[in-house]
Write a protein that binds this ligand. Structure first.
Ligand SMILES: O=C(O)CCC(=O)C(=O)O
Ligand SMILES: [Fe+2]
Length: 361
């Protein structure tokens, strides 16, 4: 897989690099930098070069990504994620989304990417479920299973490191609401961004935060931008606003996973940990090339009550009349917003996890 460099002159996101093997071995300095990255940026590189057996799995996942989107449109549409033919597609855990169905920054306020969701619980055989899928997914099933296992291990290491550093009680850590042995609503998401002519501008993937807990993202091409605070010491996430932030480019790096925290981690820590806004858009003055990426979206177990966990470091829950909801309910709500045909009041707040934030402007 060739990794393309960032276009010249664009502002580059300065992100921490956390070594997966050092973190797994409990290296204290690694844990300290992990916590700092999760508080300040909500994004970091996970260096997986020490895990040699993972490289061929990642290569094969890129192959699956291309082969799946190379299928004829009418074949992909047989697996329409909004067909609601079974529980998995109703929960938006399985199937194909064509270009333009989501809210986005392309003419007419549509998105500019195809995506295909594969339910992890089907891949990992956690429930007695089968899921509808094209033959190419079967062909890559061993790869998907290896990928799922590797991400589960990386997530376990990240969650246990964070729980220990943030002094969560034993048995009530982040890892205890993200158990690999339980059928969580995790998806493996394949994405294909369509090339855009130079005169057609706009974000192909609208500014958003991820709704789940951790996203493990793989892309060999530029396009991803994150909203980073220009004040390097700023750690009060409740005070973060658009004025003091700049969009910066995430450099694709071989042998590294781009990991980001979703709203789930912000909510489970009462805002102590940061869920960062990000988007995919063409570089200024250049046309957007075709771009492939894939991600593992890890979410809390359905029954998890989405409120701050028991750490002496987390601020108290906001006094605003925040209703309590479970992880399963929150996921449904955010999908409803993304699929809306026109913008509804307060949609930006749900898309971005920030009250008062406006996506356009
Ligand atoms: O394709 C990318 O680089 C970003 C994908 C993303 O943000 C998402 O799937 O939530
Ligand atoms: Fe995202």
């Amino acid at each position: 897989m060739e990794f393309t460099p960032l276009p010249d002159g664009v502002p580059v996101a300065q992100l921490q690099t956390i070594d997966m093997c050092c973190l797994r071995d409990g290296a204290e300095a690694e844990v300290v930098r992990l916590v700092a990255a999760c508080r300040k940026d909500g994004f970091f590189y996970l260096d997986i070069r020490g895990m040699a057996d993972l490289a061929p799995v990642v290569e094969n996942m890129f192959r699956l990504d291309r082969k799946l989107f190379d299928l004829p449109d009418d074949e992909k549409m047989k697996y329409d994620i909004d067909s609601n033919v079974d529980a998995l597609s109703r929960m938006k855990l399985n199937g194909y989304k064509p270009v333009g169905r989501n809210f986005g920054g392309i003419q007419g306020m549509r998105d500019g990417f195809e995506s295909y969701a594969i339910p992890n619980k089907g891949v990992a055989g956690l429930e007695n479920i089968d899921f509808r899928r094209p033959a190419v997914v079967n062909e890559f099933m061993p790869t998907l299973q290896q990928f799922s296992n590797a991400v589960a291990e990386a997530a376990r290491v990240i969650f246990t490191s964070l729980s220990r550093a943030l002094r969560l009680p034993p048995g009530r850590g982040f890892e205890d609401v993200h158990r690999a042995s339980e059928p969580k609503p995790d998806i493996i998401r394949l994405l294909k961004y369509h090339a855009q002519p130079l005169d057609e501008r706009g974000a192909l993937h609208t500014p958003h935060t991820d709704l789940g807990s951790l996203t493990f993202l793989f892309a060999s091409q530029a396009g991803l931008q994150v909203l980073q605070s220009s004040a390097s010491s700023e750690l009060d996430n409740s005070k973060k606003d658009r004025q003091n932030n700049d969009w910066r480019w995430v450099e694709p790096r071989a042998g590294h996973i781009v990991v980001n925290l979703g709203d789930g981690m912000a909510v489970l820590s009462n805002g102590y940990l940061h869920s960062c806004l990000h988007l995919v858009a063409p570089p200024s003055g250049r046309a957007m090339p075709e771009r492939y990426s894939f991600a593992y979206l890890m979410r809390a177990e359905d029954a998890t009550v989405m409120t701050g966990m028991d750490s002496p470091l987390f601020p108290p829950a906001a006094a605003v009349d925040r209703e309590l909801y479970t992880s399963g309910e929150w996921i449904q709500r955010k999908f409803g917003m993304l699929r809306g045909n026109f913008k509804k009041p307060n949609q930006d707040a749900v898309l971005t996890g920030r009250p008062g934030f406006r996506v356009e402007a």
